[in-house]
Design a protein around this ligand. Sequence first.
Ligand SMILES: [Zn+2]
Length: 317
Amino acid sequence: MAMNRIQFQAGMSLSQFLELYGTEEQCHAALEVARWPDGFRCPRCGAEDHGHVNGRRHRRYQCRSCRHQTTVTAGTIMEATKLPLTKWFQAFYLIGDAKTGISSLSLKRKLGVNYRTAWLVHNKIMQAMSEREEAYVLHGRVQIDDAYLGGELNGGKAGRGSENKVPIVAAVSLDDAGHPIHAKLAKVETFSFAAIADWAQEALAKGCEVVSDGLACFRAVTEVGCTHQAVIVNGRHPKDLPEFRWINTVISNLKTSFSGTFHALRFEKYGDRYLGAFCYRFNRRFNLECMTDRIVHAACNCSARPERLLREAELAT
Ligand SMILES: [Zn+2]
């Protein structure tokens, strides 16, 4: 799809969203379908026969074989939630619809909940989105570059060699027509050969044709069966070359997102989750209409994550 067709696609309007997910019943039914597309199955014994019991917040399902009781949110990122399901769905919609991201503070205002609740809902949903992204590897032609985020409050130099900034590998795969397909963004300790080899192991399929600028460590992609072409720049700014057009667009969108939305973000601690959510949206931009529904599925397929774990740095991501 051409870029302008992506930007001008209809997506899902607020009215459409409210028609589909405006009530608790509708949200409950959507979660039930996402959890058990072939009908209810007891998570303990696998039996299908069940009855319903009214729980304190949500309807409970009781297995007729083993008497185990469960809810539509148990075992998902929404487990034990005290929020109405409509608020969760509003968060799915708002997070999925925000091209350059949304802050927890903005989410707090829009959902009408306190900041801590908004932060938790936001981070749980971003966690679910990130985990979906981890499963992807890039294929085919890939542009790759280094980027630096965070640390603006401390000043310092911009770009490579700057202090207080978190180094990120940015990569985007292209189709035969040279259009971007998937983006992948990850924090790295440093731009060393070993660090890029580790990154490539996780991020690239064998046989990728990787193009980068002359930064030596990018040669490490050959360690995992990819080819590498370094475009050595003669007097021209590497960012102006057509070889780097899409990776530059991705990095520039990312920087806009972070400076505009996440300026209070403790990037070193929570950065992976934000990068994952950014890529999730970018990689599904061809079909904005389905974004909310896809996030519903991501949330249902991500296991419960207590606040303590979400707030711990690397464990959570
Ligand atoms: Zn059972």
